[in-house]
Design a protein around this ligand. Structure first.
Ligand SMILES: NC(=O)c1ccc[n+]([C@@H]2O[C@H](COP(=O)([O-])OP(=O)(O)OC[C@H]3O[C@@H](n4cnc5c(N)ncnc54)[C@H](OP(=O)(O)O)[C@@H]3O)[C@@H](O)[C@H]2O)c1
Length: 302
Protein backbone atom coordinates (compact mmCIF):
# COMPACT_ATOMS: atom_id res chain seq x y z
CA UNK A 1 0.00 0.00 0.00
CA UNK A 2 1.18 3.54 -0.76
CA UNK A 3 1.31 5.56 2.47
CA UNK A 4 1.72 9.33 2.31
CA UNK A 5 3.31 10.81 5.45
CA UNK A 6 3.44 14.52 6.23
CA UNK A 7 6.27 15.43 8.59
CA UNK A 8 7.79 12.03 7.79
CA UNK A 9 11.31 13.40 8.27
CA UNK A 10 10.71 13.95 12.00
CA UNK A 11 11.41 11.84 15.08
CA UNK A 12 8.28 9.68 14.65
CA UNK A 13 8.44 9.53 10.84
CA UNK A 14 12.05 8.33 10.91
CA UNK A 15 10.88 5.19 12.74
CA UNK A 16 7.57 4.84 10.89
CA UNK A 17 8.96 4.89 7.33
CA UNK A 18 11.37 1.94 7.82
CA UNK A 19 8.63 -0.09 9.56
CA UNK A 20 6.21 0.52 6.68
CA UNK A 21 8.90 -0.41 4.16
CA UNK A 22 9.77 -3.56 6.11
CA UNK A 23 6.09 -4.56 5.93
CA UNK A 24 6.05 -4.20 2.16
CA UNK A 25 4.37 -0.78 2.00
CA UNK A 26 5.63 2.20 0.03
CA UNK A 27 6.20 5.29 2.20
CA UNK A 28 5.92 8.65 0.43
CA UNK A 29 6.86 11.77 2.37
CA UNK A 30 5.85 15.43 2.29
CA UNK A 31 8.78 17.57 3.40
CA UNK A 32 9.59 21.26 3.12
CA UNK A 33 13.27 20.26 2.69
CA UNK A 34 13.48 17.09 0.57
CA UNK A 35 17.31 16.84 0.57
CA UNK A 36 17.88 16.73 4.35
CA UNK A 37 14.81 14.48 4.62
CA UNK A 38 16.35 12.04 2.13
CA UNK A 39 19.35 11.61 4.42
CA UNK A 40 17.21 10.30 7.31
CA UNK A 41 14.66 8.21 5.39
CA UNK A 42 14.92 4.76 3.78
CA UNK A 43 16.53 4.84 0.36
CA UNK A 44 14.08 5.23 -2.49
CA UNK A 45 11.46 7.10 -0.42
CA UNK A 46 9.48 9.38 -2.72
CA UNK A 47 9.77 12.85 -1.15
CA UNK A 48 7.94 15.93 -2.46
CA UNK A 49 7.32 19.41 -1.09
CA UNK A 50 3.54 19.41 -0.95
CA UNK A 51 0.80 16.82 -0.45
CA UNK A 52 -0.80 18.10 -3.67
CA UNK A 53 2.34 17.08 -5.60
CA UNK A 54 1.22 13.48 -5.06
CA UNK A 55 -1.97 13.80 -7.08
CA UNK A 56 -0.40 11.70 -9.84
CA UNK A 57 0.59 8.94 -7.35
CA UNK A 58 -2.56 8.48 -5.25
CA UNK A 59 -1.85 7.17 -1.77
CA UNK A 60 -3.99 4.38 -0.29
CA UNK A 61 -3.42 5.77 3.19
CA UNK A 62 -2.20 8.97 4.87
CA UNK A 63 -0.35 9.56 8.14
CA UNK A 64 -0.44 13.21 9.20
CA UNK A 65 2.47 14.11 11.49
CA UNK A 66 3.65 17.56 10.36
CA UNK A 67 3.79 20.50 12.71
CA UNK A 68 6.11 23.13 14.15
CA UNK A 69 7.81 21.83 17.30
CA UNK A 70 5.61 22.59 20.30
CA UNK A 71 8.52 23.07 22.70
CA UNK A 72 10.88 24.76 20.25
CA UNK A 73 10.28 28.42 21.21
CA UNK A 74 8.50 30.48 23.87
CA UNK A 75 4.77 30.74 23.15
CA UNK A 76 4.47 34.35 21.99
CA UNK A 77 1.19 35.13 20.21
CA UNK A 78 3.05 34.87 16.86
CA UNK A 79 4.54 31.49 17.83
CA UNK A 80 1.13 30.18 18.95
CA UNK A 81 -0.20 31.14 15.52
CA UNK A 82 2.69 29.26 13.86
CA UNK A 83 2.02 26.18 16.00
CA UNK A 84 -1.65 26.16 14.98
CA UNK A 85 -1.22 27.16 11.33
CA UNK A 86 1.60 24.69 10.62
CA UNK A 87 -0.77 21.88 11.61
CA UNK A 88 -4.09 23.18 10.32
CA UNK A 89 -2.74 24.30 6.93
CA UNK A 90 -0.89 21.00 6.29
CA UNK A 91 -4.04 19.13 7.25
CA UNK A 92 -6.22 21.28 4.95
CA UNK A 93 -3.81 20.49 2.12
CA UNK A 94 -4.43 16.77 2.76
CA UNK A 95 -8.17 17.40 2.62
CA UNK A 96 -7.70 19.16 -0.74
CA UNK A 97 -5.65 16.19 -1.99
CA UNK A 98 -8.47 13.82 -0.97
CA UNK A 99 -10.99 16.05 -2.73
CA UNK A 100 -8.95 16.10 -5.96
CA UNK A 101 -8.41 12.34 -5.86
CA UNK A 102 -12.10 11.71 -5.19
CA UNK A 103 -12.89 13.14 -8.65
CA UNK A 104 -11.05 10.21 -10.23
CA UNK A 105 -12.24 7.62 -7.70
CA UNK A 106 -8.79 7.38 -6.10
CA UNK A 107 -9.36 9.00 -2.69
CA UNK A 108 -7.35 7.29 0.09
CA UNK A 109 -9.11 4.77 2.31
CA UNK A 110 -7.78 5.99 5.63
CA UNK A 111 -5.94 8.76 7.44
CA UNK A 112 -4.23 8.46 10.83
CA UNK A 113 -3.79 12.01 12.08
CA UNK A 114 -1.61 13.03 14.99
CA UNK A 115 -2.92 15.01 17.92
CA UNK A 116 -1.46 15.18 21.42
CA UNK A 117 -2.11 14.58 25.10
CA UNK A 118 -2.40 18.37 25.26
CA UNK A 119 -5.92 17.89 23.89
CA UNK A 120 -7.06 17.26 27.47
CA UNK A 121 -5.18 20.19 29.03
CA UNK A 122 -4.39 20.08 32.74
CA UNK A 123 -6.35 17.26 34.39
CA UNK A 124 -4.67 17.09 37.79
CA UNK A 125 -4.60 13.51 39.07
CA UNK A 126 -7.86 12.20 37.60
CA UNK A 127 -7.68 9.32 35.11
CA UNK A 128 -8.25 10.47 31.56
CA UNK A 129 -9.70 8.45 28.71
CA UNK A 130 -10.96 9.48 25.29
CA UNK A 131 -14.31 10.66 26.78
CA UNK A 132 -12.85 12.99 29.40
CA UNK A 133 -13.94 16.61 29.10
CA UNK A 134 -10.89 18.69 28.16
CA UNK A 135 -9.65 21.66 30.17
CA UNK A 136 -9.84 24.80 28.05
CA UNK A 137 -6.33 26.20 27.49
CA UNK A 138 -4.00 26.84 24.54
CA UNK A 139 -2.79 23.22 24.13
CA UNK A 140 -6.40 22.03 24.03
CA UNK A 141 -7.48 24.64 21.48
CA UNK A 142 -4.46 23.81 19.29
CA UNK A 143 -5.27 20.09 19.26
CA UNK A 144 -8.98 20.74 18.81
CA UNK A 145 -8.39 22.84 15.68
CA UNK A 146 -5.94 20.20 14.35
CA UNK A 147 -8.47 17.40 14.92
CA UNK A 148 -11.33 19.44 13.40
CA UNK A 149 -9.25 20.11 10.29
CA UNK A 150 -8.56 16.37 9.93
CA UNK A 151 -12.32 15.61 9.96
CA UNK A 152 -12.43 17.11 6.44
CA UNK A 153 -11.04 13.90 4.88
CA UNK A 154 -14.12 11.91 5.96
CA UNK A 155 -16.22 13.91 3.46
CA UNK A 156 -14.26 12.18 0.71
CA UNK A 157 -14.72 8.68 2.09
CA UNK A 158 -11.54 8.27 4.13
CA UNK A 159 -11.76 6.59 7.53
CA UNK A 160 -10.19 8.85 10.16
CA UNK A 161 -8.33 7.73 13.28
CA UNK A 162 -6.86 10.45 15.49
CA UNK A 163 -3.96 9.59 17.77
CA UNK A 164 -3.52 11.77 20.87
CA UNK A 165 0.16 11.12 21.39
CA UNK A 166 1.98 11.15 24.74
CA UNK A 167 5.64 11.99 25.26
CA UNK A 168 7.54 9.88 22.71
CA UNK A 169 10.64 8.15 24.09
CA UNK A 170 13.59 6.72 22.22
CA UNK A 171 17.29 7.20 21.66
CA UNK A 172 18.56 10.15 19.66
CA UNK A 173 15.56 12.42 19.76
CA UNK A 174 12.50 13.87 21.43
CA UNK A 175 12.33 14.87 25.07
CA UNK A 176 14.73 12.22 26.35
CA UNK A 177 17.55 13.58 24.23
CA UNK A 178 17.04 16.99 25.86
CA UNK A 179 16.89 15.53 29.39
CA UNK A 180 19.79 13.10 29.22
CA UNK A 181 22.78 15.46 29.38
CA UNK A 182 21.71 16.95 32.74
CA UNK A 183 20.68 13.57 34.16
CA UNK A 184 23.95 11.96 33.04
CA UNK A 185 25.80 14.67 34.99
CA UNK A 186 23.67 13.96 38.06
CA UNK A 187 21.99 17.35 37.65
CA UNK A 188 18.48 16.05 36.99
CA UNK A 189 15.50 16.56 39.25
CA UNK A 190 11.73 16.77 39.37
CA UNK A 191 9.96 19.77 37.87
CA UNK A 192 7.88 21.79 40.34
CA UNK A 193 6.06 19.52 42.83
CA UNK A 194 6.56 16.59 40.45
CA UNK A 195 2.99 15.31 40.86
CA UNK A 196 1.96 16.23 37.29
CA UNK A 197 1.39 13.20 35.07
CA UNK A 198 3.61 12.50 32.07
CA UNK A 199 1.89 10.05 29.73
CA UNK A 200 4.68 8.55 27.64
CA UNK A 201 5.07 6.01 24.83
CA UNK A 202 8.06 4.14 23.42
CA UNK A 203 8.55 5.25 19.80
CA UNK A 204 8.52 1.59 18.73
CA UNK A 205 5.01 1.14 20.18
CA UNK A 206 3.83 4.44 18.72
CA UNK A 207 4.73 3.50 15.16
CA UNK A 208 3.18 0.04 15.71
CA UNK A 209 -0.01 1.85 16.85
CA UNK A 210 -0.05 3.91 13.68
CA UNK A 211 0.19 0.76 11.55
CA UNK A 212 -2.46 -0.94 13.74
CA UNK A 213 -4.87 1.96 13.14
CA UNK A 214 -4.11 2.03 9.41
CA UNK A 215 -4.86 -1.68 9.13
CA UNK A 216 -8.06 -2.14 11.13
CA UNK A 217 -11.10 -1.09 9.10
CA UNK A 218 -13.16 -0.58 12.25
CA UNK A 219 -10.83 1.92 13.97
CA UNK A 220 -12.32 5.40 13.80
CA UNK A 221 -12.31 8.45 16.07
CA UNK A 222 -9.86 9.47 18.77
CA UNK A 223 -7.36 7.09 20.42
CA UNK A 224 -5.01 7.95 23.26
CA UNK A 225 -1.51 7.09 22.06
CA UNK A 226 0.42 6.40 25.25
CA UNK A 227 1.48 3.44 27.38
CA UNK A 228 -0.99 1.91 29.87
CA UNK A 229 1.16 2.89 32.86
CA UNK A 230 1.69 6.66 32.87
CA UNK A 231 3.86 8.07 35.64
CA UNK A 232 4.16 11.36 37.44
CA UNK A 233 7.10 13.64 36.73
CA UNK A 234 8.64 12.68 40.10
CA UNK A 235 8.40 8.96 39.23
CA UNK A 236 9.79 9.56 35.74
CA UNK A 237 12.71 11.48 37.24
CA UNK A 238 13.35 8.73 39.78
CA UNK A 239 13.27 5.92 37.20
CA UNK A 240 15.44 7.79 34.70
CA UNK A 241 18.06 8.50 37.38
CA UNK A 242 17.98 4.86 38.51
CA UNK A 243 18.54 3.59 34.97
CA UNK A 244 21.47 6.00 34.58
CA UNK A 245 22.77 5.16 38.08
CA UNK A 246 22.95 8.86 38.92
CA UNK A 247 21.34 10.96 41.65
CA UNK A 248 18.48 13.28 40.64
CA UNK A 249 18.36 15.63 43.56
CA UNK A 250 18.15 18.98 41.80
CA UNK A 251 14.44 19.89 41.60
CA UNK A 252 13.58 22.85 39.42
CA UNK A 253 11.09 25.16 41.18
CA UNK A 254 7.90 25.96 39.26
CA UNK A 255 8.60 29.68 39.51
CA UNK A 256 11.94 29.30 37.69
CA UNK A 257 10.27 27.47 34.80
CA UNK A 258 7.44 29.99 34.70
CA UNK A 259 9.88 32.89 34.44
CA UNK A 260 12.11 31.12 31.91
CA UNK A 261 9.39 29.69 29.68
CA UNK A 262 6.26 31.76 30.30
CA UNK A 263 3.01 29.97 29.33
CA UNK A 264 5.03 27.17 27.71
CA UNK A 265 6.01 26.05 31.23
CA UNK A 266 2.54 24.40 31.36
CA UNK A 267 4.00 21.67 29.12
CA UNK A 268 6.30 20.71 31.98
CA UNK A 269 4.26 21.65 35.05
CA UNK A 270 0.82 20.27 34.18
CA UNK A 271 -0.40 17.02 32.65
CA UNK A 272 -2.99 14.29 32.41
CA UNK A 273 -3.12 10.70 33.70
CA UNK A 274 -3.95 9.61 30.15
CA UNK A 275 -4.84 5.97 29.51
CA UNK A 276 -4.97 4.21 26.11
CA UNK A 277 -8.47 2.84 26.81
CA UNK A 278 -9.69 2.56 23.20
CA UNK A 279 -6.45 1.05 21.86
CA UNK A 280 -6.53 -1.62 24.57
CA UNK A 281 -10.21 -2.33 23.88
CA UNK A 282 -9.30 -2.70 20.20
CA UNK A 283 -6.71 -5.36 21.14
CA UNK A 284 -3.47 -3.40 20.71
CA UNK A 285 -0.63 -5.03 22.66
CA UNK A 286 2.22 -2.92 23.99
CA UNK A 287 5.78 -4.19 23.67
CA UNK A 288 6.77 -1.61 26.33
CA UNK A 289 3.86 -1.21 28.76
CA UNK A 290 5.97 0.06 31.67
CA UNK A 291 8.52 2.86 31.84
CA UNK A 292 11.03 0.48 33.38
CA UNK A 293 10.85 -1.81 30.33
CA UNK A 294 11.02 1.14 27.92
CA UNK A 295 14.06 2.72 29.62
CA UNK A 296 15.75 -0.68 29.81
CA UNK A 297 15.46 -0.94 26.04
CA UNK A 298 16.40 2.67 25.31
CA UNK A 299 19.25 3.12 27.78
CA UNK A 300 20.37 -0.47 28.17
CA UNK A 301 22.45 -0.79 31.30
CA UNK A 302 24.18 2.59 30.89
N1 LIG B 1 7.52 13.67 19.88
C1 LIG B 1 6.62 13.78 20.86
O1 LIG B 1 6.91 13.56 22.06
C2 LIG B 1 5.18 14.15 20.52
C3 LIG B 1 4.22 14.15 21.53
C4 LIG B 1 2.91 14.50 21.23
C5 LIG B 1 2.56 14.83 19.92
N2 LIG B 1 3.53 14.83 18.96
C6 LIG B 1 3.14 15.25 17.59
O2 LIG B 1 3.41 14.22 16.67
C7 LIG B 1 3.89 14.77 15.43
C8 LIG B 1 5.21 14.08 15.07
O3 LIG B 1 6.11 14.27 16.15
P1 LIG B 1 7.68 14.30 15.92
O4 LIG B 1 8.31 14.19 17.26
O5 LIG B 1 8.06 13.38 14.82
O6 LIG B 1 7.86 15.81 15.43
P2 LIG B 1 9.18 16.47 14.74
O7 LIG B 1 10.36 15.61 14.92
O8 LIG B 1 9.22 17.87 15.25
O9 LIG B 1 8.80 16.42 13.19
C9 LIG B 1 7.70 17.06 12.66
C10 LIG B 1 7.93 17.33 11.18
O10 LIG B 1 6.98 18.33 10.80
C11 LIG B 1 7.54 19.16 9.82
N3 LIG B 1 7.37 20.56 10.23
C12 LIG B 1 8.03 21.23 11.22
N4 LIG B 1 7.64 22.52 11.27
C13 LIG B 1 6.73 22.66 10.27
C14 LIG B 1 5.97 23.76 9.77
N5 LIG B 1 6.12 24.99 10.33
N6 LIG B 1 5.14 23.54 8.74
C15 LIG B 1 5.01 22.32 8.18
N7 LIG B 1 5.72 21.25 8.58
C16 LIG B 1 6.55 21.42 9.62
C17 LIG B 1 9.04 18.85 9.72
O11 LIG B 1 9.27 18.22 8.47
P3 LIG B 1 10.07 18.95 7.26
O12 LIG B 1 11.08 19.88 7.91
O13 LIG B 1 10.71 17.80 6.56
O14 LIG B 1 9.03 19.65 6.48
C18 LIG B 1 9.30 17.90 10.88
O15 LIG B 1 10.20 16.89 10.54
C19 LIG B 1 4.09 16.28 15.65
O16 LIG B 1 3.05 16.98 15.01
C20 LIG B 1 4.00 16.45 17.16
O17 LIG B 1 3.38 17.66 17.56
C21 LIG B 1 4.82 14.48 19.21
Amino acid sequence: MRVLITGGSGFVGQALCPLLKEQGHRPMVVSRSPEPARAVLPSGTDIRRSALDFVDTPPDAIVNLAGESIAGKRWSEAQKERLVNSRVETTHELVRLCEQLSHTGHAPDVMVSASAMGYYGDQGDQEVDEDTTPHDEFAHRLCQRWEEAAQGVTEFGARLAILRIGLVLDKDGGTLKKMLPAFRLGLGGRLGHGEQFMPWVHRHDLVRMIVFLLDGDQHTGAFNGSAPHPVTNAEFTHQLAQHLKRPALMPVPSRVLEVMLGEMSRLLLTGADMLPRRLEQAGFEFTYPTLDKALDDILGSS
